[in-house]
Design a binder for this molecule. Structure first.
Ligand code: KIV
Length: 298
């Protein structure tokens, strides 16, 4: 078996062989100064498109709770819901690294509980790494010992929304900048392979990226991180709310889908859909037989 290509990874739609993105590959990208592209995705169809577009890392984020399930924050999503969506993503993805968020409550009670839930995410859903929020150093050690690659997440950590009193940019004072840097170093030293930096000043993310041996992936952290991640629904305008400052909308899927659905409804209402060409027909022979039988019955 090849060590670089998973069985079944096969080739891209264009026919080129696919080399699977792995945690060591991300470390190598940092060494080579190659930017890492990352996006969230939560279902089969979207994940296929994201993977086929060449994104390096797909995160089944707990933002699932908000952008897919309609909750107000990320706190309510469960391990079972994360498993369900991670499985769908895993079935779609051939090249990107598939990472699953550990949901709120699944690792906050104890290290043992965190490891048990992370094992489920890897074993039952096929995630290749898990992401955890905050400087949970003991848990990162334990997951690393359990052969589960870990992605840390510092700065604006949405699972801390109640403690933070809202979604606020973090690390704006000297003390909090130094604390964040210490936490970043501690996570890298305890075995985290990648660090997501969310909602922090550019200067802070730049310094941490330069100091850390592991790649940083920014969201609302400026352009100097080793990679960038956005929530898929933000990228294509499917979030039904004004975007945060750091979001760039690359397409208006809401407008596209709304217009397609309205057009369909109008066609149904005006008997324009389906047309005769979009209908199945009996063969001429069957039609003749039916006509004959009708005549004989008459
Ligand atoms: O859940 C999420 O979407 C995240 C981000 C880093 C985008 O954690």
């Amino acid at each position: 078996m090849s060590l670089t290509n998973f069985p079944g990874a096969g080739s891209s739609p264009a026919g080129a062989p696919i080399t699977k993105v792995t945690m060591p590959a991300l470390a190598e990208m940092k060494r080579q100064g190659k930017p890492i592209s990352a996006l969230t995705a939560y279902d089969y169809a979207t994940s296929r498109l994201v993977d086929e577009a060449g994104i390096d890392l797909i995160l089944v984020g707990d933002s699932l709770a908000m952008v897919v399930l309609g909750h107000d924050n990320t706190l309510s999503v469960t391990v079972d819901e994360m498993l369900h969506h991670t499985r769908a993503v895993r079935r779609a993805v051939r090249r990107a690294l598939v990472v699953a968020d550990m949901p709120f409550g699944s690792y906050h009670g104890s290290v043992a509980e965190g490891v048990r839930h992370a094992v489920r995410v890897v074993k039952e859903a096929g995630a290749e790494a898990v992401k955890i929020e905050g400087p949970r150093i003991d848990l990162v050690h334990a997951l690393t010992d359990a052969e589960i690659p870990v992605i840390g997440h510092l700065g604006l950590t949405p699972q801390s929304v109640n403690r933070m009193g809202g979604y606020r940019v973090q690390a704006r004072t000297p003390d909090s900048v130094l604390r964040l840097k210490d936490d970043a170093h501690a996570l890298a030293e305890s075995g985290a392979g990648v660090l997501v930096l969310e909602g922090v000043p550019r200067e802070v993310a730049t310094a941490i990226t330069a100091e850390l041996p592991i790649p940083t992936i920014g969201i609302g952290a400026g352009p100097d991180c080793d990679g960038q991640i956005l929530v898929f629904h933000d990228l294509v305008n499917m979030t039904f709310a004004p975007p945060a400052k750091f979001v760039r909308r690359y397409a208006d899927a809401s407008a596209l889908i709304r217009s397609a659905v309205e057009h369909y409804r109008e066609d149904v209402e005006h008997h324009v859909f389906p047309s005769d060409e979009e209908s199945y027909h009996l063969s001429a022979a069957v039609r003749t037989t039916l006509e004959d039988r009708k005549l004989r019955q008459a």
